[in-house]
Every structure is written in structure tokens, then in C-alpha cells.
Design a protein around this ligand. Structure first.
Ligand SMILES: [Zn+2]
Length: 572
């Protein structure tokens, strides 16, 4: 029996022509205060597709131009090729107009996009009439073990992940010692590693000191240099976490200089995402980029407890002005209005290392209680904090406080503590976040992985298509695909290893799907449900999701940045 996805033809046509029928169910089932969905964003005039680095138009397109038909000679070669994906609508990742074309794959490489001779032999053909054919999605901010099954990623079309985030190198290790181990393993998706600033700070002996010595600094720089030479794509920072929060500006500039020399990127979990502190945090990142010459990138862009489109516009203006001054700054975000992290995010610095929590509790209890009360209230109150870890999993802070018959700040102080839980925080405003998503500087990430307790790890990329393309028509499919492929590749530098575009000579990471069938099924109560709707996922030329079914085979690769020869460290 022909699969159900075959019926998609007219639906895709409708989506291309008028933006879809909007009949998708919403997967969100948050048990706690849910931001009410605003009316669909009004469609601005569609500007031309964005360029990744130059200051682009203010919003990404909401509609795609009609598909073009390629001209030029039909592909024909003597030998059979491995795979032909026939008759699909190709969104090649560049943001250019879609085209009706066949995609020819031989080995691990795309050998042609366009017309194919009727006589061309192939070991396998996939009929893609009426379906979208795109590059595999690239997740700019991923968590998890590189060698896990990573079906969470594959089921939503992610074929490349960026590991080593938030200042923590992959497995909290040096890239140059981690990479040889990974080379011996089988990977389900392609993995691009980053040096973690926090990892390096610890390795250099600076730990939680606020005043790193010259020796600390030169050790950190050396660590970064060596990992870049070993193929890391850049450096990540986690300035809201320990030990990243102790980093000085001088230190951040120093560790960014080798990144600039290697043409890498700094990905930053900034010092704050709070409404009243994010602009200062952004200035710090922009200064780091300006003084070092490195490209800088905001991880999981959001404004915690900020509200409204105008707030988003102001923040985006801040980013745009930096770009106009020559700092190459970009951002990624996940399409959800709750964040997820450890409860330490609501605790004050004085209750965290190197200070002893037990002593703080004893000697500064009133001060701590006041801080927590204000902080949590500022973040939407105890109803907006939903625990994802035991023993309070599935309950809000308000519910736990009621059950225990005491104020929520006492629950935080006595029953939990700064390291005692993780939670989802319903702290984002839909209008604000949606405006960020529409910006041409902003790309997509999961900020999740196979062990996520937030639905984003299993749903982010599917949700972009399901909700923001098909249902709300906030982005055209071509614009969304660009944000999830070609633009992301260019931001990291993965275009150097031919990832992120459907083009002759590029790596055969390819998706075939009906956009109206893509469904993010994970939610806050059940965050680990696989997404649906990818008919075929091809990784390095091998079909790993076949007619909707995930295969056991692992076809991913470790992706290392080709280091410029003259930059190689002779001491390696
Ligand atoms: Zn982060």
C-alpha cells in the first residue's frame, strides 16, 4: 500500500500558494499557566530572502514564491547512482525560491539537483511528488551524548548537532581528547564539537576565582587554541552558570582571540536573559566580539519576563546596530514559551559556590527568602515554575508549597536548595518570542537532547514547521528551512564541510516530508515523545528514516573544522 504521505501533494501545493490550511492540532498541553495564544501574526510584505551575515530585512518572508522549474541538460551517467529523490519541491537551504527538481545522490554526496534523464539507472528511487525536499536540519545548540541513538533528533529531521554548549565541552572534556574517542564510535547524526569556556577555566585552574591570574589566562587561551587546532568550531560560554559566571571581560576577550584567528564562532549562554539585564549581557557579548574580532552568537535568545513585540524590536535593534558597527552577531532560539534549567537560576549568587549554602541558609536566611520571593514573583510567580525532576516532577512550585503548607520561598530554601531541582519556567511572552523568530538574524535550536525534560528536545524543529509555518504562517517554509539549514551552517562554518545546502558536490543529508504532516508530539507533561512526519531522512547518503520508520543504522559523522594550515600549533 502506498504510504499516507503520498496524499500530501495538493496540500503542499496549497502551502506554497497560500500558506496552508491551518488545521494542525496544537501539541502543547502545559498543566500550568499557559500563555494564551495571540491572534496569528499579521503578514508583513514579504521581503527578499535574507543573507546570513549582512543586516537583512527586518522580518523573514512569510510566503514562498511559486516553485521554479530548472533548465539545463538532464543528468545522465553510464553507471547506476545510489538514490534519486524524484519530483519533489526542493528548498535548497539558501532561502532562494523553491524549485521542482530531482535530487541525485551517489555514495555520501549529492551529485545533481535538477532534471534527470529517464534512462538514468538508480539503485533506489524515492517518489517525492508533492513533498518538500530539504537539507537535513542543523541544531545550533544541542545536549546529550554524541554516541546515543539520538532518535529524538532524527525524528524531527535534525541530521547535525552542535555539542559542547553553555561553556561545557562535550562530556565536559577537551575536544582534542574527546574527538579521538568519538571517531571509534558510531554516531546517529553528524556532530560538530565546541570548546567549553567553563571546562577550560576549570582545566586552567581558575575554577571559581573572580580574579584569574596571567597564568590562568594564558593557560585558558592555550587550551582554546589547541582544541580549535583539533577541529572545534568555536567556543561556548555559560555565563549564568558556575564557573562561567566568574569570567571577566578581559578573560572573555582573551579566549575569543584564538577563535577569531581560526574563523570560529563564540556561542554564548549570556550572563542574563532577564528583561532588565539582557541588554547589558548583550553588550558584553558584542564587546567580546568587537575586541577579539570573533563572530558572536546568542544561544537560545529570549527575554525572560519581558512582554510585547516592541520589546523584541528594541532588542533586535540592539543586535542590528552591533552588526552595522561590524560585529558579526547572530542568534538561535527554540520555539517554546517556557525555558528549562536548574532551579539555581532563581537563587542569588551569594547562595552559590564558592559560598557554603548551609552557612548562607543559617546566617542570611531573611535576605535569601526576600531575594527568592522577589525573583520568583518577577518570573511569573510560583505557578509559572513546573518541576521536571523528582521528587516534585509534574508539580508547580505553588502546588508543592500548598501541599507542604508553607511559603514557596521556604520550599526553595529547605526542601530544594540551589542544586536540588530542574524546572520549566513559563517566563516568555508569545508576541515577543514570535517577533524574535521572524527576524532574519535568528535561527533555530533545540537546546535539548535525548534526556530533555522540556518538549523542545523532541519537538523544536517539528514545531517550527507545524506551528509557525503551517498553522500560524509566521514564516514561509523556505524561510524556516533557511533558518534550520543553510544559514545555520554558514553561522558555524559548516558550509566549509559542505553541510546545509542541497547542491551538487555537497553532503547528502536530505529530508523528504509533507509539511502539513509534521507534528511535534512532546509536551511539558510528556516531554519525550518522538516527532512525526519525516517521510525520509538521509544522513551521509544513507536512508535512516525510511517511509516514516526509523532504522537502526547509524550514518552520522564527527564533523571537525578544517584548521587553516598556518594556524596549526606546532606543540601538538
Ligand atoms: Zn544555555
Amino acid at each position: 500500500m502506498r504510504a499516507a504521505w503520498r496524499k500530501a501533494g495538493p496540500l503542499l501545493a496549497a502551502l506554497v500558494a497560500c500558506g496552508g490550511d491551518g488545521s494542525e492540532p496544537t501539541p502543547e498541553a502545559a498543566p500550568t499557566p499557559r500563555p494564551t495564544a495571540p491572534p496569528p501574526a499579521t503578514a508583513p510584505p514579504a521581503p527578499s530572502p535574507s543573507a546570513p551575515i549582512s543586516a537583512g530585512p527586518p522580518t523573514s518572508p512569510t510566503t514562498d514564491p511559486p516553485p521554479t522549474t530548472p533548465s539545463g541538460p538532464a543528468f545522465a551517467r553510464e553507471k547506476a547512482v545510489d538514490l534519486i529523490i524524484e519530483g519533489g519541491t526542493v528548498y535548497d537551504g539558501t532561502g532562494e525560491a523553491p524549485r521542482r527538481a530531482d535530487v541525485v545522490i551517489d555514495g555520501d554526496t549529492i551529485v545533481h539537483v535538477g532534471e534527470v534523464s529517464d534512462k538514468q539507472k538508480a539503485n533506489r528511487r524515492i517518489e517525492a511528488e508533492g513533498l518538500a525536499v530539504t537539507p537535513g536540519f542543523i541544531d545550533l545548540h544541542s545536549h546529550g551524548a554524541a554516541d546515543a541513538s539520538l532518535r529524538n533528533f532524527l525524528s524531527m529531521g535534525v541530521t547535525t548537532i552542535c555539542l559542547g554548549q553553555d561553556g561545557k565541552g562535550p562530556e565536559n572534556d577537551r575536544v582534542r581528547t574527546w574527538a579521538p574517542r568519538m571517531r571509534k564510535k558510531r554516531l546517529a547524526v553528524n556532530v560538530a564539537p565546541f570548546v567549553g569556556h567553563g571546562t577550560v577555566r576549570n582545566l586552567a585552574g581558575a575554577g571559581v576565582t573572580k580574579t584569574p591570574t596571567e597564568k590562568h589566562l594564558s593557560r585558558m587561551v592555550r587550551e582554546v587554541e589547541r582544541d580549535l587546532a583539533a577541529g572545534a568550531w568555536g567556543l561556548t560560554t555559560g555565563l549564568e552558570y558556575t564557573p562561567g559566571r566568574f569570567a571577566t571581560l578581559e578573560e572573555l576577550v582573551a579566549v575569543a582571540k584564538p577563535v577569531a584567528a581560526h574563523d570560529g564562532v563564540i556561542m554564548s549562554h549570556m550572563r542574563s536573559e532577564d528583561d532588565d539585564a539582557i541588554d547589558a549581557a548583550l553588550d558584553e557579548l558584542i564587546t567580546q566580539g568587537k575586541r577579539s574580532g570573533a563572530r558572536v552568537h546568542v544561544s537560545h535568545l529570549k527575554v525572560v519576563y519581558g512582554k510585547g513585540e516592541a520589546r523584541a524590536e528594541a532588542l533586535l535593534k540592539h543586535l542590528r546596530e552591533a552588526r552595522e558597527r561590524g560585529v558579526k552577531v547572530t542568534a538561535d532560539m527554540y520555539p517554546y514559551n517556557a525555558s528549562y534549567t536548574t532551579i539555581s537560576i532563581v537563587f542569588p549568587d551569594f547562595a552559590k559556590p564558592p559560598n557554603q549554602y548551609a552557612r548562607v541558609k543559617r546566617e542570611q536566611r531573611d535576605q535569601l527568602a526576600t531575594f527568592l520571593r522577589n525573583k520568583v514573583k518577577q518570573r511569573g510567580g510560583p505557578e509559572a515554575t513546573l518541576f521536571g525532576s523528582d521528587p516534585f516532577r509534574g508539580q508547580t512550585l505553588a502546588e508543592v508549597a500548598t501541599k507542604k503548607g508553607k511559603p514557596f520561598e521556604d520550599v526553595l530554601i529547605d526542601d530544594i536548595g540551589p542544586g536540588g531541582a530542574s524546572a520549566a519556567y513559563f517566563v516568555m511572552d508569545d508576541a515577543l518570542q514570535t517577533r524574535l523568530l521572524r527576524d532574519p538574524m535568528v535561527m533555530i535550536s533545540t537546546d535539548g537532547g535525548p534526556y530533555s525534560s522540556h518538549p523542545r528536545g523532541y519537538g523544536a524543529f517539528a514545531k517550527v514547521i507545524q506551528e509557525y509555518v503551517v498553522k500560524r504562517k509566521v514564516l514561509s517554509l523556505g524561510a524556516a528551512v533557511h533558518k534550520m539549514t543553510g544559514q545555520s551552517a554558514a553561522t558555524v562554518g559548516l558550509d566549509a564541510v559542505k553541510r546545509g545546502q542541497l547542491e551538487e558536490g555537497w553532503a547528502a543529508d536530505v529530508l523528504v516530508f509533507d509539511p502539513t504532516a509534521v507534528e511535534a508530539r512532546s509536551n511539558y507533561e510528556r516531554p519525550r515523545i518522538y516527532a512525526r512526519g519525516m517521510s525520509f531522512v538521509v544522513v551521509n547518503g544513507r536512508v535512516v528514516v525510511d517511509d516514516g520508520k526509523t532504522k537502526k543504522r547509524k550514518a552520522g559523522r564527527l564533523l571537525l573544522k578544517p584548521a587553516p594550515k598556518e594556524k596549526e600549533d606546532p606543540s601538538r
